[in-house]
Design a protein. Sequence first.
Lengths: 85, 183, 248
Amino acid sequence: MGELMLDGNAIAGLLQEVFAVEMTTAIGTCGGCGAAGPVGAVHVYRGAGIVLRCPHCNNALAKIVKNDSRVWIDFQGIRTLEVAV
Amino acid sequence: MRIPPGQYVTADFPVLSAGPTPHTALELWDFSIVGELAEPRGWTWEEFRALPSEEITRDIHCVTKWTKLDTVWRGVSVDTLLEGIETAAEFVTQYSDGGYTTNLPLEDVTGGKAWVVFAYDGQPLEPEHGGPARMLVPHHYFWKSAKWVRGLRLQSTDEPGFWETNGYHNYGDPWQEQRYTGD
Amino acid sequence: MAGTALHGRLTWQLAELVKAVAETPRVKTIVFDVPGWPGHRAGQHVDVRLTAEDGYQAERSYSIASAPDGTRVALTVQRLEDGEVSPYLTDELRPGDKIELRGPIGGYFVWEPSEGGPLMLVAGGSGIVPLMAMIRTRAAAGDDTEMRLLYSSRSQDDLIYRDELERLSGNGLTVVHALTDSQPPGWTGYARRVDAEMLAEVAPSPTERPRFYACGPTPFVEAVAGALVRLGHDPLAIKTERFGPTGR
């Protein structure tokens, strides 16, 4: 897996900044393999931007690019996201 | 002015990755040119390493704001790989193990501007830095130099890649600070 | 599910250093006063942002080491040799200095006494920090939930919170150390890296339905989580927080 890999806890601040709600307890369902689990447990890689990957099948769940004024998020790899409000 | 706008010089070589490090055995590795050409081309590792290669020293610029000066590589020029190929394609997509892609106009990887490199600082390229081979296209931000590259696809249409479809600039010229879509 | 969702966008604010305490030669606890701090739960962290004179910014996350205590927030920071942020926090910051931070952050890797146990905490190196917040929160609440800590360090000199852990042991808290690189004369504890056999000896059995929190360098957490699953523990009962590469 590589020692550089982090998990959803590492981007908890970024996600809360964007969604205005704590996101690591949100449950995501992988569009690749169908596994469901908390965002806090997904694998996180830092490349030019951030990539969230399914801990079971490595499918790219989401990509996040951010500058001072905007955030771009690609959610194509997540089938559904369940968040407590 | 040697440092592009908004960049900071680093002495390190930060490792950034969009996913786990692929490990392809050299016996199974190949490099291909596919897409809009009469016949696809491919090289095994031995065939690729038998091609003429050169030492290249360049500054590299990452969109995350670090610049590393005078990085030394050894690799095969893309001009060598495309020698004799006739194509009407105007664009090229680099594709890698693990699914990463990045796009450029074909003229930005020809004419001595791009290489497939297999050594860094006199040593075989380490997997975490893209080994066994990665692209080197130093006049663009470094996300346009795909790690773990396995081939080039020649296309008549531009196909925004992994990051270009999600916020990073389609062209990525560090000297015009083209980091994000719309810059 | 750990309590109710937190609402509101996080904002950066200035926090003032109140005091600094050396824990080990490379590790320091820095205590901040954070105006308006809403309190926090054990396991949460803060993001810290430093801005250099030339405008360069670096951001890092640090687990909160302390139990909730008004506007006081303690971080325990390991000084990394090539670090961009940690050397400033451990070597340059002086009481009265201010840094930017935001928090508290996190909801997955948290524990509150009301959640009960039995609980097992597995710490690799600086991974002890958020787990210590859990231990301190439990102690401050007078909670007697069964809690076991397996704490892996390189040597006795690298043990963070050594005396406090000894003091808090008992009343349902068991502390087990593994010293991986060197041990003091007469050491009778574990003298190797955490492995499946050690986990099987220290952890409650799967029939007790224990819950786990594992924190430390990524390879450590991967190895521990994998071993616990193979020992028959429920993957959903294992929560992890990866700190990235070792500081080695």
